[in-house]
Design a protein. Structure first.
Length: 140
């Protein structure tokens, strides 16, 4: 599917293991660093759960998660070239205006899971991402 706003996201994070932010140039506060809403992955898990296996499109999720996470503390993905952020795939994140005047280079390549996430494992051997999703859903 060419239109990434129509990609579907479900509570099992089907097809995406981590959100990775690769900085290929130095990125400071004025260089349009990615804004990340701290703790938003827990809220997003609760938004996605009722949508089941079908999930929500990127735009549907953004329209729900943006207001639901408004006011959360934000941090900036800054750092030297070569810095890589490994984040929960449900973190609400966004670009911003570049005030530095020069380009910044970064990428968000996908990281596919080796096996699909399962929020109800018989052996309870959950990955850190699964644990966070379960925490967002108040599953212990």
């Amino acid at each position: 599917m060419a239109d990434y706003l129509q990609w579907r996201i479900n509570v099992n994070s089907k097809g995406r293991c981590l959100l990775m932010l690769f900085l290929f140039s130095d990125v400071g506060d004025a260089d349009a660093p990615t804004r990340i809403r701290v703790g938003s992955h827990l809220t997003v898990a609760r938004i996605l759960a009722p949508a089941g296996e079908e999930g929500l499109s990127t735009i549907e999720l953004a329209n729900k998660a943006t207001p639901a996470t408004r006011g959360m503390k934000e941090c900036l993905a800054t750092g030297k070239a070569g810095t890589v952020y490994l984040c929960h795939p449900f973190l609400v994140h966004a670009s911003q205006t570049n005030r530095a005047g020069g380009p910044r280079f970064m990428a968000q390549p996908p990281l596919m899971p080796r096996v699909p996430f399962d929020l109800a494992r018989a052996d309870a051997a959950y990955s850190p991402v699964e644990i966070a999703i379960r925490r967002g859903l108040n599953l212990r």
